[in-house]
Unconditional design. Structure first.
Length: 326
């Protein structure tokens, strides 16, 4: 039986590393659009991206691509920045050294120790250098997790955390586009951010339109970053951790919530989903919060100690537009 402390650490390591990776992906394409498209209202788009990622920009000052990167990527005083997330993941790994592989620890530790050099290079060469570093190190950590960590309860907790975070971040990525604003990320930019542009083009023969992209990102059974696939993976590994008797109605609240969320989108056509996309996205975010709280209560016996802020999301979802960490 795994100690609740270690299970809690592994769950949050999965979430923090995934969040740093996904934030780097979203930020990379947003920065590229801001630097290349002179028609974009920079201040408006920066505020929009920061709201999607759960940040509250200074209302008094004009926002630029550089303030965006400073606040979301480099800020060492914020636990919600990419640097802060990697530091917190490393501290969780330090406390769980006895249940993770030495390669996983070395990867996270080296990643953290290399952040200063990565930031210095990025300030000379552009933010893409730093964001690429984060994405590559997150991919290395994921590979080491799959290949060096025993696929026992600890692995299951880490994968559940990673999968729930992936649902939340994919939802945020779709929120960045679902308002159809002139300065929003294009659908192709969204696919690039998710690492799914090549898979999408092969599956849909290059036809980039709203229904196809929404169907791919929400419902695709094979793409690992789709909402449906991430929900199904979270369900599978959480079920392995559910020690309740195999009786009808005996499963955990978190598992019930995941199954309900998956079934709520599984049989919906893409056209119907597009018509009320902000509503579906908002419901999925609520589910992610509720699942995380239930897991903390049922498995760790503690309250979740970090949560996504609601900055910007209430106004956005109320108006049918995108707009909101553990």
């Amino acid at each position: 039986m795994m100690l609740a402390r270690n299970a809690d650490s592994l769950y949050w390591i999965g979430r923090y590393v995934e969040r740093a990776d996904d934030m780097a992906r979203i930020l990379d394409v947003a920065v590229q659009q801001l630097l290349e498209d002179a028609t974009v209202d920079t201040d408006e788009m920066v505020r929009h991206v920061m709201a999607v990622l759960g940040f509250a920009p200074d209302s008094e000052s004009t926002q630029t691509v550089w303030t965006l990167v400073d606040d979301v990527a480099y800020d060492r005083d914020s636990a919600e920045s990419i640097v802060g997330l990697i530091e917190t993941a490393r501290e969780n790994a330090r406390g769980a050294r006895e249940v993770i592989s030495s390669e996983m620890w070395e990867c996270l530790n080296a990643t953290y120790m290399g952040l200063d050099d990565a930031e210095r290079r990025a300030r000379l060469l552009g933010p893409h250098a730093f964001l690429t570093y984060v994405k590559e190190r997150a991919a290395m950590f994921a590979g080491l997790t799959d290949s060096t960590l025993s696929h026992d309860d600890g692995y299951s907790y880490l994968i559940v955390g990673r999968s729930i975070e992936r649902v939340d971040m994919t939802v945020r990525l779709l929120m960045s586009r679902s308002a159809y604003r002139r300065d929003a990320l294009s659908w192709m930019s969204l696919l690039v951010a998710a690492g799914g542009q090549d898979t999408y083009i092969r599956a849909y023969r290059g036809a980039v339109d709203t229904e196809n992209v929404v169907e791919f990102m929400m419902l695709d059974r094979l793409f690992p970053r789709s909402v449906f696939n991430s929900l199904r993976v979270a369900e599978r590994y959480l079920a392995e951790l559910d020690n309740r008797p195999d009786r009808v109605g005996a499963q955990s609240t978190a598992l019930t919530l995941l199954g309900r969320a998956r079934s709520s989108i599984e049989f919906i056509g893409s056209a119907e989903m597009v018509r009320d996309l902000p509503g579906y996205l908002s419901d999925l975010q609520d589910t992610c919060r509720a699942v995380s709280e239930s897991i903390a209560e049922e498995h760790f016996h503690i309250e979740p100690y970090v949560s996504w802020t609601d900055t910007g999301l209430s106004d956005i979802t109320e108006h049918g537009q995108p707009g909101e960490q553990p």
